[in-house]
Write a protein that binds this ligand. Sequence first.
Ligand SMILES: [Zn+2]
Length: 348
Amino acid sequence: MDKYGFTGTIKVFGSPAEETVISRPYMIRAGLFDDVDAVIDNHSSSGFSTSYGTSGNALFSTIFTFKGRTAHGASPWGGISALDAVELMNDATNMLREHLFYTYRMHYVIVEGGEAPNVVPDKASVWYYVRNSDDRVEEMYEKVVNCAKAAALATGAELAEIRCLTAIHQRHANKAAAELFQKNIELVGMPEWTEEEHAFARALQKELGRRETGMSDRVGSLREPSGTFVGGGSSDVGDVTLVTPTATIRFPGQVPGAVSHHWSSVATNYGTTAWKGLNAGAKAMAASAIDLLTKPEELKKLRDEFEAYAEENPYRPFLPEDAVPPLDLNEELMKKWRAMMEEFYIIH
Ligand SMILES: [Zn+2]
């Protein structure tokens, strides 16, 4: 910026523990995006592409904790099993599935389920991801909360805590931003992969039982948003798209067919393919930033579209006002894994 005399401010935002989709609504609440004209978001991918319109699911991430009364497992008459409440809640939500509109996703893990079979568990908790479109997620969440209340009533356990970790919107990406990013993605082009890199990709695809196509060799085209939304994953950048014009540059480097949240994706975010893909994405982001800093008419297109959209769809956070960032989440897990991961870090 100094060399070419660009004026403006570039801010770099992290998204801590991005896969937990927690940070952005808290960052917005703290005012971090208040004076931001536009956001160039990025995400890893096997392709090199961008998109616009509504995608992904809104998501409520919540831990339900039940408290009961402990007793000897072999003479349990005086006890109340908190685990029974968790199981009953899960039975109820699984029956609820049948009647939810097909845009939903719902999954859970039992975080605490007791300590030993011969001790009636007096505490149990279950962590839910409740996902749906922006207009359906709140009603669905209320139904899930009712399942928890009903399980407490039936078992005599107390629904002791409903802890909201995050609550986020769908992504509503800006079309003018996506069109600008697309031009720069095409300008940068797909990295040239070596035969060795293709061979690595094909070996991984073979292992996964996927088509052995190697690395992607063409950038994606800017597609119209698909007509029928059928739900899927979520990103907390969704909330950002509602406070400032935003679109995402998905940068290449992953092997096509690698499975998300799975060792195969982890394996592909490593080595020369990851490095080349990351640099290609960085160039497309830099070129887009230059356009936005030097061509006020380009920025105006993004702003005009955003302001018209925001007028119709003013930002109303799903995150409850009293929610606090769950800094303790995964602390134990990270303690266990970080030391083992450290030996694989590449320090340049
Ligand atoms: Zn992600």
